[in-house]
Design a protein around this ligand. Structure first.
Ligand code: SF4
Ligand code: SF4
Ligand code: FES
Length: 257
């Protein structure tokens, strides 16, 4: 069993920001870490002992987290230059990469405070593409349509999205001040369009993705698929939605809608 004398100490370099409109600054903290420690447990240590490496008592660092098992996405930040979840970032692995652990908030979302960002743009994008199955009033209609095992497999992979924002942080087309909807929402449109009941809203989803900021704004850089912690086939989703929007646009043209 580990004791305090077994604990090593690692330097944290934290990019801080007191409020959305104030300038960021850096502070260093030396944090003892027992075996198995992760970034969140070290942030908890800093919260309980907010003393910088040069001995100043400061305001505790603010961050966001919830599930602590890499399913909610709330703790996403840039760690040693790579966007990822802080609850699954083990100190033992980070210590092999560099002498210090650098923590920064994501850059594609407004900073609320320190490492906390406002990801509400992602959730608004899900509303825009109607990322739900419309089942109101169907409780008395009997069993829903059957679904093939192959379709279940495809949709299961897409269902793992936790709206963390890694794909948007890495995307050169998704900026703080533009309207690109991003890979996550495009992939969710594919997910719900492939559902036997969810596809009743397919036209609405495709129309939302045909507007400026939709799927045609993707530059195909493929950064998104490389950073997704859930290995979601984002470039396949972008290609699939690209095909669906093309077919939809042609049908709309000939039907005069
Ligand atoms: S393929 Fe490139 S441009 Fe398109 S969503 Fe992914 S990272 Fe962004
Ligand atoms: S697609 Fe992947 S990287 Fe993007 S929000 Fe979903 S889980 Fe995160
Ligand atoms: S706290 Fe939920 S993903 Fe890290």
């Amino acid at each position: 069993m580990a004791t305090n004398t077994d604990q090593k100490t690692i330097r944290f370099k934290v990019k801080r920001q007191d409020a959305p409109q104030t300038a960021p600054y850096w502070q260093d903290f030396d944090v003892p870490h027992p075996p198995g420690a992760n970034v969140i447990s070290c942030l908890l240590h800093i919260a309980a002992n907010p003393v910088t490496a040069d001995g100043r008592t400061v305001a505790p660092v603010a961050w966001d987290c919830n599930c602590l098992e890499e399913v909610c996405g709330a703790c996403t930040m840039v760690i040693n230059g790579r966007v990822r979840q802080s609850c699954s970032a083990l100190i033992s692995e980070l210590a092999e990469e560099a002498a210090a652990v650098t923590l920064e908030p994501m850059t594609k979302f407004p900073v609320v405070r320190d490492l906390m960002v406002d990801r509400s743009r992602m959730f608004k994008n899900l509303i825009d593409i109607k990322a739900w199955v419309p089942i109101d009033g169907t409780h008395a209609l009997g069993p829903g349509p059957t679904e093939s095992p192959a379709n279940q497999d495809t949709r299961y992979a897409l269902s793992r999205c936790m709206t963390c924002g890694c794909c948007l942080e890495a995307c050169p087309q998704f900026l703080l001040d533009n309207h690109f909807i991003g890979a996550a929402a495009i992939s969710q449109a594919r997910y719900f369009n492939a559902h036997e009941t969810g596809k009743t809203l397919q036209d609405d989803r495709l129309e939302a993705l045909e507007t400026p900021g939709g799927v045609s704004d993707c530059g195909n850089a493929q950064n998104c698929v490389q950073v997704c912690p859930k290995d979601i086939p984002l470039t396949e989703s972008i290609a699939a939605i690209g095909r669906q929007t093309t077919v939809h646009a042609i049908k709309s043209f000939f039907s005069g809608k």
